[in-house]
Design a protein around this ligand. Structure first.
Ligand SMILES: NC(=O)c1ccc[n+]([C@@H]2O[C@H](COP(=O)([O-])OP(=O)(O)OC[C@H]3O[C@@H](n4cnc5c(N)ncnc54)[C@H](O)[C@@H]3O)[C@@H](O)[C@H]2O)c1
Length: 372
């Protein structure tokens, strides 16, 4: 198969869909890989790295789209990219179609077969192509929160680990899933006094069994959350209710109960945020002040560490990318129902029920799409 990897064009996106290692694996499996010049520059990969991996370099995205059987990307295709997709071509990338009718209609009109990273599943009910980005955002949260806590940034002026004779920062993590667990581990590793709250008792049991010695856990009742928030120097919002907007767990009125200069890091901002006063910010201007409480609400946190994020995403996507290349999308999806869960659009039809429901579009069942 001829696999193409264009440079990402969404503003502030520095990741790339294929690492040189992924290109190397594809070439070794007998495939041809074409990469747009400078596609990996933002993640620290040069054209020479791709050439050494056996890939070819071309000057423009249109050459990549025109020649490749499968396009591998990171972000949803932008309008100009969607125009370059064609019937029978495979698109493998994040799509997030439910809130995006324009993209959905364009992808249907293209006739391409579009497989979305975010809806590929695994046999434990997880989302294996979303998890690496949650791991990155979770591990980054205490790092950016620690910076936010510094006095020059408007914070409380508290050091995460304290020093001998001075106690550590108190960190409250609300939501103990992938983001929350990784955030808690790093915050505890920095020496902070960490508590994770969740509403799932099985999850709390897991956290207690696995990390009981490293951080505390508690049930996320409103009362418990409010009590611990009052004591916290940093609060990390990491909740998710799949398919729904994030619940608001700290109200504006509660800000006056918090410690002055406390840092609120709302990782759940991409689902609307779990603090009432959260609004999405960018890496250029990441923090703002509401009533003396510093908020960090960057919606694409993994972009700050594009190299780590690219490699982490590449490790997760590589087996699926290789299966699609080795077998073709139809056989690969027939053999792996978890990959079939990623099928969102095929030959002009929407094939993902939740998107159909959100946008009021008729859906062709993925099983029928395999036969179409
Ligand atoms: N800002 C970014 O760059 C970025 C990057 C990656 C992920 N995210 C977001 O981070 C959020 C968390 O993602 P995740 O992968 O950890 O999800 P997850 O499903 O692994 O974990 C979510 C946890 O929240 C818990 N929860 C749900 N409602 C709760 C409540 N009211 N109180 C306490 N806990 C509650 C669930 O039980 C679950 O354990 C999502 O909104 C995700 O989109 C943001």
């Amino acid at each position: 198969m001829h696999i193409g990897c264009p440079k990402e064009i969404k503003p502030q996106e520095f990741r790339v869909g294929m690492t040189p290692n992924a290109a190397h694996e594809a070439v070794n499996a007998g495939h041809k890989v074409t990469v747009e010049t400078n596609a990996g520059a933002g993640a620290g990969f040069t054209d020479e790295d791709y050439i050494a991996a056996g890939a070819g370099i071309v000057g423009t995205a249109s050459e990549v789209f025109a020649s490749a059987d499968m396009i591998v990307k990171v972000k949803e295709p932008q309008a100009v990219e969607r125009k370059m997709l064609r019937e029978g071509q495979i698109l493998f990338t994040y799509l997030h179609l439910a809130p995006d009718p324009d993209q959905t209609h364009d992808l249907m009109a293209s006739g391409a077969t579009c497989i979305a990273y975010e809806t590929v599943t695994d046999d434990r009910g997880g989302l294996p192509l979303l998890a690496p980005m949650s791991e990155v955002a979770g591990r980054l949260a205490p790092q950016v929160g620690a910076w936010t806590l510094q006095k020059a940034n408007g914070g409380r002026g508290v050091l995460m680990g304290g020093v001998p004779g001075v106690g550590p920062a108190r960190v409250l993590v609300i939501g103990g899933g992938v983001v929350g667990t990784h955030a808690a581990r790093i915050a505890a590793g920095m020496g902070a006094d960490v508590t994770v709250l969740d509403r799932s008792l099985p999850r709390l049991r897991y956290l207690d069994d696995t990390f009981g010695g490293q951080f505390k856990n508690g049930y996320a009742s409103a009362g418990n959350t409010a009590d611990l928030a009052r004591e916290a120097d940093m609060i990390i919002g990491a909740v998710l209710i799949p398919g729904a907007a994030a619940p608001k767990l700290i109200s504006r009125a509660q800000l006056s109960d918090l410690k002055p200069g406390a840092a609120l890091v709302d990782v759940a901002i991409d689902q609307g945020g779990c603090f009432e006063t959260s609004k999405a910010t960018t890496h250029q201007d990441p923090i703002y002040d509401v009533d003396g409480i510093m908020h960090y609400c960057v919606a694409n946190m993994p972009g700050a560490v594009a190299r780590t994020s690219t490699i982490a995403l590449g490790n997760a996507t590589m087996p699926f990318m290789l299966a699609l290349a080795n077998k073709g999308w139809r056989q690969a999806c027939e053999d792996d129902p978890h990959l079939l869960d990623g099928l969102n659009v095929h030959a002009g039809k929407l094939t993902y029920y939740a998107v159909g429901k959100a946008l009021g579009i008729d859906v062709l069942s993925p099983a029928l799409a395999l036969k179409a």
